[in-house]
Design a binder for this molecule. Structure first.
Ligand SMILES: NC(=O)c1ccc[n+]([C@@H]2O[C@H](COP(=O)([O-])OP(=O)(O)OC[C@H]3O[C@@H](n4cnc5c(N)ncnc54)[C@H](O)[C@@H]3O)[C@@H](O)[C@H]2O)c1
Length: 263
């Protein structure tokens, strides 16, 4: 434990999986670590059961954490979450936006319009509404850090999952745009691009056999766990990255650096 988040207030969206007795999500673990390192945390999510349980455990451990129900595609929900955070703690310094949904890997010609819209809404409308909602409170706090959780799929594509990959690529440019617009307010905006990570998001797909197959495509030789991704997120959330903005932090174990095995 350190005190690197002492005095900081964080809204962690998509962070419901912060219960160490269960499989952690990486935003969930980031919320837990911010609170352990002296910060005050509000977790926003649609998964009220997981979010409430996580926050109860954090409170029992003496940490400062609260939960708010919010759907990132809903403008009013963002306002409620920001008002709650500022109402409880008087400021807002960090916003992590990790809400995401998969698109089941369809090809373009088999993707339903509703699927396309929903994936785009959760990722791209969500990041826009969230960033817009936190700018003013961050200005009042003399600056802040917005960390948008993207994916290595922002850089590379596979033979499907077009909505997912396209929405993630959009995050990169949005972060650059927001970084330029709000640099003068000392508000930094960056993306983290995780690779294959075992979390509640992937638990159904990543059984042992599939994880072993994926691991062969990873130069570091294994799929990630939540701690592998929380580190980069917390670096960008903290003052350790105080001159970093408009950047992408790739945390994929080397997958996108590699052309693949030569045999
Ligand atoms: N796990 C991976 O391999 C991987 C790799 C790259 C990127 N990602 C992305 O990272 C992010 C975090 O995922 P994770 O792997 O830590 O899993 P996770 O399941 O812990 O996190 C995703 C969270 O988003 C929440 N959510 C979904 N739709 C929402 C909405 N409309 N409003 C509010 N919350 C909503 C879910 O309830 C869940 O708590 C996701 O955006 C995911 O796409 C995951």
């Amino acid at each position: 434990m350190s005190n690197r988040f002492e005095g900081k207030v964080a809204l962690v969206v998509g962070g419901a999986n912060a219960d160490e007795d269960r499989l952690l999500g990486f935003a969930g673990l980031s919320a837990l670590k911010i609170a352990r390192d002296g910060g005050k945390v509000v977790i926003g999510d649609i998964d009220d059961e997981a979010g409430t349980r996580s926050v109860q455990k954090m409170k029992s451990a003496g940490l400062t954490a609260d939960y708010v129900h919010m759907d990132v595609t809903n403008e009013d929900d963002w306002q409620v979450a920001v008002d709650k955070t500022v109402g409880l703690h008087g400021r807002l310094d960090i916003m992590i936006m990790a809400a995401g949904i998969p698109d089941r890997g369809e090809t373009i010609d088999s993707t339903e319009v509703d699927t396309w819209r929903r994936v785009m809404d959760v990722t791209n409308l969500g990041m826009f509404l969230g960033t817009r909602a936190v700018i003013e409170p961050m200005r009042r706090s003399s600056g802040g850090s917005i960390v948008l959780i993207s994916s290595m799929m922002a850089r590379v594509v596979r033979d499907g999952a077009n909505a997912y990959a396209t929405s993630r690529a959009g995050m990169t440019h949005f972060a650059r745009s927001a970084a330029v617009q709000y640099g003068a307010d000392n508000i930094r905006v960056n993306t983290v691009l995780p690779g294959w990570t075992l979390t509640p998001f992937t638990a159904n797909a990543f059984d042992d056999e599939w994880s072993e197959r994926l691991a062969k495509r990873v130069p570091l030789g294994r799929v990630a766990d939540a701690s592998d991704i929380a580190g980069p997120i917390l670096f960008l959330a903290s003052d350790e990255s105080k001159y970093v903005t408009g950047s992408e932090l790739l945390a994929d174990g080397g997958v996108t650096a590699w052309i693949g095995p030569m045999d």
